[in-house]
Every structure is written in structure tokens, then in C-alpha cells.
Design a protein around this ligand. Structure first.
Ligand code: ADP
Ligand code: MG
Length: 701
């Protein structure tokens, strides 16, 4: 196709390296690269992470203590520089507007003295301090009144930084970047979509998302960009789904499931049965391989549904692989699936990182030769040297723990095998559609009979003695107890439960519990950094009832199944997300014993109290997930790391739910009408999807 001038400029968005942007240069380009910014397109799409509203002007007389405001005032005293102590300079002067005055103080900025003269007018922006009748600003932003408007009196973008870059510099670079776009801003929206959804022009959006004229303009700009991002994501997911649909896979012959059902020690719940039927139908009917998400709350019995699928594959003479996110979980699945399926004659094996080289080699050989019918394992399953003789089914447990690409790595080991992913992270429906847009969904919305609600209590330190007595009482009755140990450091440490300081805290805490609090009970500890063999031993002996109390980091969060455990104590519960607490609570109440969950609130004040209250009020994972989303946003709830999709630049998948719905509808229409995006009107969208998702899409196919 002949390229037009506009196209050439559009190409520049991707071909122009930031180092050629006015004022950037080599060194800063390197810093930008660390932020994922290397082209002009990246630069103008490097959206602020927040804004600071500096539009509020006040007279000195009406300043409010603690508020941020702009003040326009005249320098009324000569600035005085004093050395308070070694390494500490103080520059002080007084400014007035009409009858009122304000003190201005700068720490360690002596050079300012020369640019501040009596009688000159400045705009100051800062937090109002001082005392009544004597307001003060410390280290305010200041601009001469006649040149004001760059740093004061406006909404300022705040960017995520890295070493070598300052706010000011990024803002300037973005400004140059916008100018370099020469009116041709990134824009992938077909004209009709823009019109139908009342979206502003790309130019308005890019200008105002970085340098908003006012809050209204920012809203309008943001809505367009969020829409665009979610539209592209939805369209890409739909496209992948469409491509997958036309791929045929090897279908299994229909299979009599009765022997499997008969061998189980329990009857399936209606919801389990439905899920099994849906999955078996996927694998046996039609000609598209199964690609199904099985969602069910903690303890709803997802494993047996997977077992049914493995059984069907085996009856067809083919292999299955079952991948779990942790070794503990892999071991546990190995045991329970061996019990369920081994007795029927299936050959079941395990493959995990901690096995010796010889064990691993043997397991691999058995897989490659076809001697193994079902292999359970960790990431080790996707390592390059693992080969299957005839892989027909891939199951991934706790799918949110893996990226999309890890899941597909395993899929590639077979000839378009059937795929079942399981997740207990209950995701609101719209969110699920975006994240798992390329999957069909089965939901187990019913717990096995006889499950009792886990009684949950949020308590403070004052209850410590009572809880300890309660622990003794339960242990005396033969029950077992989990204590999830204190998280230390930043709340972010939650994503790193096995960070050294958390391990140390857990170890010290376990020691204290063992030596001082419960010297007469059997206390063990488990955390992610332990040698796999030691972890294994600890878990096995806990499962065998040889330990009364298991002190743990959140390694036990997912999947662990010890039905005799009846109490989950979580220290510093306020530091955990609600969905995570729900997962932890799911470790108890798995057997016939009445079970409890005690959440110690370590801090976090009223908000934390409110959140923990939600835990006490409901056992419904979906409700909890929704509250969690509301209270914390999806950033915490669902890091991109976990769902494996490209990182969102601007959209907040939960917060922008309305826009998401509109973007999805628009994407559906566009793809339905032009399934291979060949219409010139959709060319930009097509290019964009290739650019963003090309790698991902080719992996999924
Ligand atoms: P999850 O969905 O959290 O992975 P599991 O598959 O680990 O749940 O099942 C939780 C427990 O419930 C297991 O001990 C399992 O044997 C048991 N279970 C599963 N289905 C049923 C059922 N229909 N009736 C009774 N117990 C069941
Ligand atoms: Mg499970």
C-alpha cells in the first residue's frame, strides 16, 4: 500500500527514539528505557501516575492550615540566610498581600537568595503551616508572578520516576514529545467508534492527560485513553478467541464416566457435575480443543473436576499434565490424584524442581515414552527438555499465579491439547471476560455438603490471652492450628511473603511460640525459602497430625488441604488483601470439624477495621473479591504479573468498569463485522494489536 504523508509521520511514533527528542540525549534515554519508554509513542503514552491540583488560589488571610494552596504575594523583607547547624542552611523571608503576611522558609537552598528581592511579586505553592495568625510555607514551589503558570496555578502531572529523571525533566520531555507529534497523535480508534462513544480527539486527549487545562478536560481526555486501551485489549482477546475457534484439535472419543464417579468416596455436587459435563463435552464434541476456566471458591472441589478430565484423556489412551504453582501444592495433588485415579490403573508421576537430576531424568523418560499417563508438577513441567509422547490435556491449578505465557508454554508440548485452568480467585464477571476473554468459563457455585461456615473474628491484642487459651482447647480436642506469622516491612511485602525480613520474623515468632507460649505443644514452621525436602517433611508431618501448630508465611495460602486443621490465626491481618485472607481462611473448614478464623488487627485504623469486618460477615469469595476491588483497586488485587496480560498504561480495570463495558461492546461490533481487521478503517487497530499482543497471540496459537 502506498504510504501517505500522515503514515510516514505515524511511523515516526515508533521509529523515533527518545534520545533524539529535544533535550533528552543518551544518558536520559537510558533512564527512560528503564521505564519502558524508548520511542516517541512510548514517551507521549507515558501517562502521569497522578496529578497535583495547584489551581487553588487563596489570599493569605484566608489560608487554611494543612491545605495546599497558591498565594500571590510581594516580598516584604530582605531574605535572611542563616546556618542553623553543620550542613543546614535556612533562608527566611516574609511576604504580604494587602494587610496579611506569611513566612516563607527554604532549607538548604541558599542560592535562592540572589533571585528574591524586596518588592517583587511571586506565586507560591505549598502546604500551609505555621500557627494561627502567622502562616508559613516551607520549601514552596515559587514562580515570579509575571512568568507564573508553569509550576503553579495549574494541574501538574506526576510521573513515575527512576534514577536520573526528575518530575520536571519528564514533564519537559513529554512536552517536547507532544510537539514532535506534529498533530499526529497515536490513534487507533475507527472514526465510527469515536463518534458513537462520544470520545474526544486524540490531540485533545494527549495534551490534556499530560497538561490538563482543568479537571473537566482531564476527565474527558482520560476517558478517551482508557476507552482506547480497553478497546484494544478487548479486540485483541476477541481476535485470539476467533483464531482459536477455527483451529481444530484432536478430539477424544466419548467416554463413559460412570466408573470414575463410582470410584469416588463422595457424590459430586450438582455444580461439580455440571462442570465435568461441560469440560467433557468440550473435549469430545466438535473440533475445537477445550479452553476452559474453572472458577470455584476455595474448597468448592475443583480438583475432582480436573481428575475427571484426566480420566477421560486416559481412557482415550492419552496423556495429561497438571501444573501447580508451588511444590507443596504439587505434592498434595500428587497424593490426592494418585488416590483417586491410581487405583483405577492410571500411571501417575510427579516432576518438580527439587527432585534429583536422576529422578527428574527418569520422570522425563517415562513421560516421553508414554509410560506415564498423568504427570503432576510445578514450573519444572515447562522446562525445555520435558517431552510428552501424546499430551492431550493440560490442567493449570490456581491459574492466576501463572502468566498467560507460562500456561501456553505447557500447551505447546502437545498438538493443541485441551486446556483447563482452575482458579479460586473469584473475579467479577466483567473482569473475568477481559482477563480470560479467550476462555470459556465454568463456575462451581456450590460447596460440598456438610461444609460449615468458618466463624471469623477480627480482634485486637487485648484478646491475645483468650485466643491462646482457645488454641490450647482446640489442640486438646485433637485439632490443628495454622498461624500465619507477622508480615514486616511495607504492605508491599505481601507480594514477597518470603522476603528475608519476613522469614526472619516468622522464624523468631515460631521460636517464641514454641519456647515461651506453647512449650508443651508441637510447633513447626514453614516458609518458601526452606529447602524443598524440609518443606515437604514439615507439610507431611502436619498433614499426618504430628504437629499441633504450623507457623507459616503465606506459602500455605493456596490449595493446601489438611482437613483436621480447624483454626487459622492471621497476625497483622490488616496487611493482607481480603481475597488473600479469604484464601488463607480456606485452609480450614475443610473437614467435619467446626472451624474458626481469627484475624489479629495489628494497625491500619478504622479502614482496616472496616475491611476485616467484611471477612467476619461473609464467607462468599465473590462478595469479598468485589469489596476488595472497591477498597484497594485492581493494582493490588490483580497485578499484571499474575494475569500475564500487557500492563495497562492508564486503565484501571476495576475502577473503569463502565468504560470497560462500552469498550467491549464496541470491540465486539468491530471484530464481528471485520473479523480479520482488513478494512482500512481498522488498520491502526490491527497494527496496534500486532504491536502489543503479537508475541502473546502467536504463543497462544
Ligand atoms: P478447591 O476447589 O479449593 O481446589 P479441593 O478440590 O481441594 O477444593 O476440594 C476440597 C476438599 O473437598 C477435598 O478434601 C475434597 O476431597 C473434598 N470434596 C470435593 N468434592 C466433594 C464432594 N462432592 N463431596 C464431599 N467432599 C468433596
Ligand atoms: Mg485447589
Amino acid at each position: 500500500m502506498k504510504k501517505e504523508k500522515g503514515d510516514r509521520l505515524m511511523d515516526e511514533l515508533d521509529s523515533l527514539n527518545v534520545r533524539y527528542i529535544k533535550g533528552v540525549g543518551e544518558a536520559r534515554a537510558k533512564s527512560f528505557e528503564r521505564l519502558g519508554v524508548s520511542t516517541l509513542r512510548d514517551l507521549v503514552s507515558y501517562f502521569p501516575r497522578a496529578y497535583e491540583d495547584r489551581t487553588l488560589f487563596r489570599d493569605i488571610g484566608s489560608l487554611i492550615f494543612g491545605e495546599n494552596a497558591c498565594v500571590c504575594a510581594i516580598v516584604a523583607t530582605q531574605p535572611r540566610l542563616s546556618h542553623v547547624r553543620k550542613g543546614m542552611d535556612l533562608l527566611k523571608f516574609r511576604v504580604v498581600d494587602g494587610a496579611d503576611s506569611m513566612d516563607v522558609t527554604f532549607f538548604n537552598q541558599p542560592y535562592r537568595r540572589d533571585s528574591i528581592h524586596l518588592g517583587e511579586s511571586f506565586v507560591f505553592y505549598g502546604r500551609v503551616g505555621g500557627r494561627i495568625g502567622r502562616p508559613e510555607m516551607v520549601n514552596p514551589v515559587m514562580e515570579p508572578e509575571n512568568a507564573a503558570g508553569q509550576m503553579t496555578g495549574r494541574i501538574m502531572p506526576i510521573y513515575r520516576l527512576t534514577s536520573g529523571l526528575t518530575q520536571n525533566f519528564v514533564a519537559k520531555a513529554v512536552r517536547s514529545g507532544l510537539d514532535a507529534c506534529k498533530e499526529l497523535y497515536p490513534d487507533i480508534l475507527p472514526a465510527r467508534v469515536k463518534e458513537e462513544n462520544n470520545l474526544c480527539s486524540a490531540g485533545f486527549a494527549y495534551e490534556n492527560v499530560h497538561f490538563p487545562k482543568d479537571t473537566g478536560s482531564l476527565e474527558i481526555a482520560r476517558r478517551r485513553l482508557v476507552f482506547e486501551e480497553l478497546f484494544a485489549l478487548s479486540a485483541a482477546m476477541r481476535l485470539m478467541r476467533g483464531r482459536r475457534m477455527v483451529q481444530s484439535g484432536i478430539m477424544l472419543p466419548s467416554c463413559d464416566m460412570k466408573p470414575f464417579y463410582d470410584s469416588l468416596p463422595f457424590a459430586l455436587t450438582g455444580a461439580q457435575r455440571r462442570a465435568v459435563e461441560e469440560a467433557i463435552a468440550d473435549m469430545t464434541d466438535g473440533d475445537t480443543p477445550m479452553n476452559r476456566l474453572l472458577q470455584g471458591d476455595v474448597g468448592s472441589g475443583k480438583t475432582v473436576v480436573a481428575a475427571a478430565c484426566c480420566y477421560a484423556a486416559w481412557r482415550a489412551g492419552r496423556q495429561s499434565a497438571f501444573m501447580a504453582p508451588t511444590e507443596i501444592l504439587a505434592d498434595q495433588h500428587f497424593k490426592s490424584l494418585s488416590a483417586m485415579l491410581g487405583s483405577m490403573g492410571m500411571n501417575i508421576d510427579i516432576l518438580k524442581g527439587s527432585m534429583t537430576a536422576k529422578q527428574k531424568r527418569e520422570a522425563r523418560e517415562k513421560l516421553a515414552s508414554g509410560a506415564t499417563d498423568l504427570v503432576i508438577g510445578t514450573h519444572a513441567l515447562i522446562s525445555e527438555d520435558v517431552e510428552f509422547s501424546d499430551l492431550a490435556l493440560v490442567v493449570t491449578d490456581e491459574q492466576h499465579r501463572f502468566g498467560v505465557d507460562q500456561r501456553s508454554e505447557l500447551t505447546k508440548k502437545g498438538d493443541r491439547p485441551h486446556v483447563l485452568v482452575m482458579s479460586a480467585t473469584p473475579i467479577p464477571r466483567t473482569l473475568a471476560l477481559i482477563i480470560y476473554g479467550d476462555l470459556d468459563v465454568s463456575i462451581i457455585d456450590e460447596l460440598p455438603p456438610g461444609r460449615q461456615k468458618v466463624d471469623t473474628f477480627a480482634v485486637g491484642e487485648d484478646m491475645r490471652e483468650r485466643i491462646n487459651r482457645f488454641i490450647r482447647k482446640l489442640v486438646a480436642e485433637g485439632r490443628q492450628v495454622y498461624i500465619v506469622c507477622p508480615m514486616v516491612g511495607e504492605p508491599d511485602a505481601e507480594h514477597e511473603p518470603d522476603a528475608p525480613e519476613n522469614i526472619k520474623a516468622a522464624e523468631e515468632y515460631a521460636k517464641k511460640l514454641r519456647d515461651e507460649v506453647f512449650p508443651d505443644l508441637r510447633v513447626a514452621i514453614i516458609h518458601g525459602k526452606m529447602k524443598p525436602s524440609a518443606k515437604d517433611q514439615t507439610m507431611t508431618s502436619f498433614a499426618a497430625g504430628e504437629t499441633d501448630i504450623l507457623v507459616a508465611t503465606t506459602v500455605i495460602e493456596v490449595g493446601v488441604d489438611v482437613p483436621n486443621a480447624a483454626l487459622m490465626v492471621v497476625e497483622n491481618a490488616d496487611r493482607f488483601g481480603l481475597s488473600q485472607l479469604h484464601q488463607l481462611r480456606g485452609r480450614v473448614g475443610r473437614g467435619k470439624h467446626k472451624s474458626y478464623c481469627v484475624l489479629f488487627q495489628g494497625g491500619g485504623g478504622d479502614i482496616a477495621k472496616e475491611r476485616l469486618k467484611v471477612m467476619c460477615e461473609t464467607n462468599d469469595g465473590f462478595k469479598i473479591a468485589e469489596e476488595d476491588l472497591k477498597l484497594r483497586g485492581p493494582g493490588d488485587f490483580f497485578g499484571s504479573r499474575q494475569h500475564g496480560l500487557p500492563e495497562m498504561h492508564i486503565a484501571d480495570i476495576a475502577g473503569d468498569m463502565d468504560v470497560l463495558k462500552q469498550a467491549q461492546d464496541a470491540a465486539k461490533r468491530v471484530i464481528d463485522e471485520d473479523p480479520d481487521l482488513s478494512d482500512p478503517e481498522n488498520r491502526r487497530l490491527n497494527e496496534h494489536i500486532e504491536r502489543m499482543f503479537g508475541k502473546l497471540a502467536s504463543r497462544l496459537n
